[in-house]
Design a protein around this ligand. Sequence first.
Ligand SMILES: [Fe+2]
Ligand SMILES: [Fe+2]
Length: 167
Amino acid sequence: MSKTDGNLKAAFAGESQANRRYLAFAKAADQEGQPQVAKLFRAAAEAETIHALAHLRAMGGVGQTLQNLEAAVAGETHEHTSMYPQFITEAEQEKADKALVMFRFANQVEEIHAGLFSQLRATVAAGGKPTPTKIFVCSGCGNTVEGQAPDQCSVCGGPKKLFREIQ
Ligand SMILES: [Fe+2]
Ligand SMILES: [Fe+2]
């Protein structure tokens, strides 16, 4: 890996994290009655996304859809078979209860993502186009459901109203 390849990777990670951190800061500023501060955080978050996406493209991180689905299946599979199981065990050992809740939810949801991406990969690999289906995400845990929102989230137990339809 050249120095620039390593730097692109680091810059993509840093800018991606700055985007989410600034959006969280904007929400906090809004809640504190500081709309102008919130606005600048959202503006900077938007700019960091522009940087992150350019870094990702420059490092060859965006391929064709079949290739991208394969990358997604690999990433989600790594998360739910290796990364989160280890994080959960360590959080249990350290009694890090706040971290543990979302590690467990995320672990279950990444397995669901791996399954959903795998299905689309099979269809796209066969030269087809997946049937249009509604997709909902639970705002409590990230659970991702095709078809219709369930009455109760199977991951976090939250009510139907937590599900947002994704366009
Ligand atoms: Fe995921
Ligand atoms: Fe949920």
